[in-house]
Design a binder for this molecule. Structure first.
Ligand SMILES: C[S@@+](CC[C@H](N)C(=O)[O-])C[C@H]1O[C@@H](n2cnc3c(N)ncnc32)[C@H](O)[C@@H]1O
Length: 271
């Protein structure tokens, strides 16, 4: 049984009339076309304002390990990992992809787990056509059975720009800026696990992406993620009135994306 058929009955369709349902389904078809099954190397001239991307970790990751806080039976297959031996070459290629698909004054946010962030950092410094402007941290609630050592609940987010100008909005509408003093280097957001739905390993949470997108782009901007997994970057971009184009080699990612579209378009109003 494919993931799609296993979960098909759970796809929530609006409790509204047929017109509303058709409108929603048409919209979903349109948004699905923006998720392309494609190798990152095959993208060119996207002309994005902002790239948000989260490369594989280079740690033999499959997302199926029992120590993760999720029901592994719902985790889809097909995640393409990068070997440690090829990690530096892959990161270099990702930087090429970013550079050739950004606008002149475009910018990118590149996620990294701690294991290979030294490689990501060094490759960015060596890459002359992008400039490292800063590093931020996402702190999250991931704590697999920590009996013998602490766990590292932090992602690094490298901020790079192509030119000398960029978009930065000093306030976002999430708790990151609404509660207390905004802290523009640290983002504290919980993972938003979904139940009864196919799951993508390493799916980024909605509110974290909302905060980053509001800080680093404006409405109408084009946002691109060549390693999109579940496609959360696309979903949040759409919800925040940005355009998007996303891709991954894993077609199961697109199935998760479809389920997430149904979920978020039902949860929030659309039009
Ligand atoms: C860390 S995951 C991204 C998860 C995503 N941020 C989300 O919110 O679901 C990295 C993704 O890169 C994909 N990938 C690895 N190599 C790729 C390549 N050469 N081209 C396209 N996608 C690739 C993997 O299949 C995986 O889905």
């Amino acid at each position: 049984m494919t993931y799609k058929s296993k979960f098909k009955d759970n796809l929530s369709i609006f409790d509204t009339d047929k017109f509303e349902k058709d409108k929603k389904l048409n919209l979903i078809e349109k948004l699905l076309d923006k998720y392309v099954i494609k190798d990152m190397d095959d993208w060119k001239d996207v002309n994005a304002d902002l790239i948000i991307t989260d490369p594989p970790f280079g740690i033999d990751f499959s997302g199926k390990n029992g120590n993760y806080n999720r029901n592994v039976r719902n985790v889809v297959d097909g995640y393409v990992e990068w070997k440690v031996s090829e990690y530096d070459r892959k990161v270099e290629r990702l930087l090429e992809v970013i550079e050739r698909n950004l606008k002149k004054n475009g910018q990118a946010l590149i996620f990294s787990g701690w294991n290979n962030s030294n490689i990501v950092h060094n490759k960015i410094l060596q890459f002359e056509r992008l400039k490292l402007r800063g590093k931020m941290y996402w702190i999250y609630n991931f704590a697999p059975a920590c009996k013998r050592k602490t766990s590292h609940n932090v992602y690094e987010i490298y901020w790079v720009t192509k030119g000398d100008r960029w978009i930065f909005n000093n306030r976002c509408s999430t708790h990151h800026c609404r509660e207390g003093e905004p802290n523009l280097s640290t983002f504290i957001f919980k993972r938003d696990y979904k139940i009864n739905m196919p799951k993508y390993p390493t799916r980024l949470p909605f509110k974290l992406l909302q905060s980053l997108i509001e800080h680093f782009s404006n409405e109408g901007d084009l946002i691109f993620d060549p390693l999109c997994g579940s496609g959360m970057v696309g979903i949040v971009s759409y919800m925040l009135n940005r355009d998007f184009i996303i891709g991954d080699l894993n077609s199961n990612g697109k199935t998760v994306f479809e389920h997430l579209l149904h979920h978020y378009l039902s949860k929030y109003s659309f039009g």
